[in-house]
Design a protein around this ligand. Structure first.
Ligand SMILES: *[C@@H]1O[C@H](CO)[C@@H](O)[C@H](O)[C@H]1NC(C)=O
Ligand SMILES: *[C@@H]1O[C@H](CO)[C@@H](O)[C@H](O)[C@H]1NC(C)=O
Ligand SMILES: *[C@@H]1O[C@H](CO)[C@@H](O)[C@H](O)[C@H]1NC(C)=O
Ligand SMILES: *[C@@H]1O[C@H](CO)[C@@H](O)[C@H](O)[C@H]1NC(C)=O
Ligand SMILES: *[C@@H]1O[C@H](CO)[C@@H](O)[C@H](O)[C@H]1NC(C)=O
Ligand SMILES: *[C@@H]1O[C@H](CO)[C@@H](O)[C@H](O)[C@H]1NC(C)=O
Ligand SMILES: *[C@@H]1O[C@H](CO)[C@@H](O)[C@H](O)[C@H]1NC(C)=O
Length: 479
């Protein structure tokens, strides 16, 4: 009896505390003590323990360990706030499939939007990959949950990029507020947004590879719908090899089209939703949108072709191990032909820099020389494993992209980094600075880039989405 009373009180307190958890978007836009003792006086930004959405003893142990290793108080605080942020704030629901109680599911929201992106959820978990070492690890269940839910999404609407909570969660679907007209049509109770992005498909292969490489848990991949989802990924990607015109000049009907009412040219597709014309014979895969969710200007988007080629390779290892030689061979064959096509069509000659990778091409000779902060980008190609950072074409490309010769390299007194059309001109993305660090062996470059990152959070101690290069108080997205 006493125990029951006690339990009720504990439950009431828990409910009360949960109800009082602040909205993190406004919470993270304001400073909270204790402040770091460094020159930037950085705020503490972790939610109170009872408001955190997932607890991991491995992550806590890592934060404690690194506090004694990172001696700069500001950098230490930035790590302490940012590293656990996905677990602290975005694990909206975990559970099991209604039709299979062994099938774990995890719904990871992107941040300030209550929807799960294929690309974002794969990369949100990637931060914890170095800690993942076995199948009983608390983070391994999150990985399996994300892979299972992504499989379900891809078998339902493989051209879409962002999804609603699974029915089992009891969470309400949200509207994206836009008036999108998309073929094929989709169920808005399942899909949040349907922008066809080749890198979203690659992200599913990426998160699968990451889990397999870290845990060696082969049997997981045969247990649920994963193999069917891989087949769906291949079918969808290759359906988008279709050129704009048939051999006799007739306009091909595309498997995917998208239009919406917008005043922003990067949010919709030209030519009644089919995009700008793409020539036959390149062997590359189309992507309608970029990883920024902005429209491609030329749909033969090189970074996503690179990423897809790489993760086809790595994922084929799982299928070979499962004995599915047919699917595995389809994947290695496509990986090899994409790599050849990227080399043949994606490398272009620049009068100053020599041979460099183009960001996008159309097969007619048009090329877009730029980079965008979002991954996959050209600068991130060694990070996701497509090539070595010593590759001479990559090094020449990097030189262009980290200079004023990249139309989206944003310069200023606060931070210098690649940006993109998504947040607009004059806004640099910290994510691009991180990729620059991860793809460099040059200590001076790493040091100065890190220094800008630590010094451009407006004292808030979290990495923003983008920052006005001359005014750190003017940023998009606090967390
Ligand atoms: C640190 O920032 C907080 C919040 O803006 C402020 O109240 C405090 O005075 C600052 N401390 C120092 C030493 O600048
Ligand atoms: C995380 O741990 C805290 C106690 O430290 C607890 O209040 C909270 O409910 C836990 N969160 C989850 C999602 O289990
Ligand atoms: C289980 O249910 C989900 C949600 O309705 C569905 O998408 C999935 O295909 C089902 N799984 C199987 C194996 O039928
Ligand atoms: C995984 O890492 C944890 C924490 O470092 C350690 O306790 C555990 O023994 C490791 N498991 C394996 C299988 O190495
Ligand atoms: C594309 O080009 C190849 C090789 O030139 C040709 O065999 C094929 O019929 C073409 N397809 C279309 C749809 O034009
Ligand atoms: C794919 O694997 C083959 C064989 O191991 C290798 O030669 C090739 O470079 C890999 N391609 C990519 C894009 O990872
Ligand atoms: C790149 O080249 C440097 C110097 O030549 C070498 O130390 C480094 O190991 C190389 N890195 C890779 C990834 O090949």
């Amino acid at each position: 009896m006493a125990f029951t009373m006690f339990s009720i009180i504990v439950l009431c307190l828990a409910a009360l505390t949960a109800a009082q958890c602040p909205d993190y978007t406004s919470y993270s836009a304001n400073p909270h003590p204790p402040f770091s003792s460094g020159t930037h006086n950085l705020s503490y930004q972790r939610p109170s323990p009872s408001c955190r959405t997932f607890n991991s003893s491995y992550v806590e142990a890592t934060i404690t360990r690194l506090k004694s290793i990172i001696t700069d108080p500001d950098l230490s605080r930035l790590f302490e706030n940012a590293f656990p942020n996905t677990l602290d704030t975005t694990v909206k629901w975990t559970g099991h499939a209604a039709n299979n109680s062994a099938e774990e599911l995890a719904f990871i929201i992107t941040g300030d939007i209550d929807a799960m992106w294929l690309r974002d959820s794969a990369n949100q978990l990637q931060s914890y990959l170095p800690l993942l070492n076995d199948t009983v690890h608390e983070l391994s269940s999150l990985y399996r949950g994300v892979i299972n839910l992504q499989s379900r999404y891809l078998l339902t609407s493989p051209y879409c990029n962002s999804f609603q909570p699974p029915i089992e969660s009891g969470l309400q679907p949200n509207s994206n507020g836009a008036s999108d007209a998309v073929t094929p049509s989709y169920n808005p109770d399942i899909v949040f947004e349907c922008k066809y992005e080749l890198d979203s498909l690659a992200a599913f292969l990426e998160v699968s590879t990451n889990y397999y490489t870290a845990t060696n848990d082969l049997s997981f991949f045969n247990r649920f719908q994963w193999v069917d989802a891989v087949q769906a990924v291949l079918n969808t990607a290759t359906s988008m090899m279709i050129p704009t015109y048939a051999a006799n000049g007739a306009v091909n009907q595309l498997p995917y089209t998208f239009t919406t009412d917008t005043t922003d040219g990067s949010q919709t597709l030209d030519n009644k939703g089919t995009g700008n014309p793409v020539q036959n014979n390149t062997g590359l895969l189309r992507s309608a949108f970029r990883p920024s969710d902005d429209a491609c200007i030329y749909e033969l988007f090189i970074p996503a072709n690179m990423m897809f080629a790489h993760y086809l390779n790595t994922t084929s290892t799982i299928l070979f191990a499962l004995g599915n030689f047919n699917l595995a061979t389809q994947m290695t064959t496509l990986s090899a032909s994409l790599t050849a096509a990227i080399t043949e069509h994606g490398i272009v000659s620049d009068p100053v820099y020599g041979n460099i990778y183009a960001y996008e091409i159309d097969g007619y000779g048009s090329r877009n020389i730029m980079d965008d902060a979002n991954i996959p980008s050209l600068v991130s190609a060694p990070f996701f494993g497509y090539l070595s950072q010593n590759d001479s074409v990559y090094q020449a490309t990097r030189k262009v992209l980290l200079s004023g010769d990249n139309p989206y390299f944003m310069r200023g007194s606060v931070i210098n980094a690649i940006g993109g059309p998504h947040d607009g001109l004059g806004y640099a993305w910290p994510m691009a600075s991180i990729v620059r660090i991860l793809t460099s062996d040059d200590d001076d470059e790493i040091y100065s880039t890190l220094k800008e990152l630590v010094g451009s959070t407006d004292g808030l101690g979290l990495l923003h989405e983008s920052i006005n290069t001359f005014d750190q108080g003017d940023y998009t997205r606090p967390w």
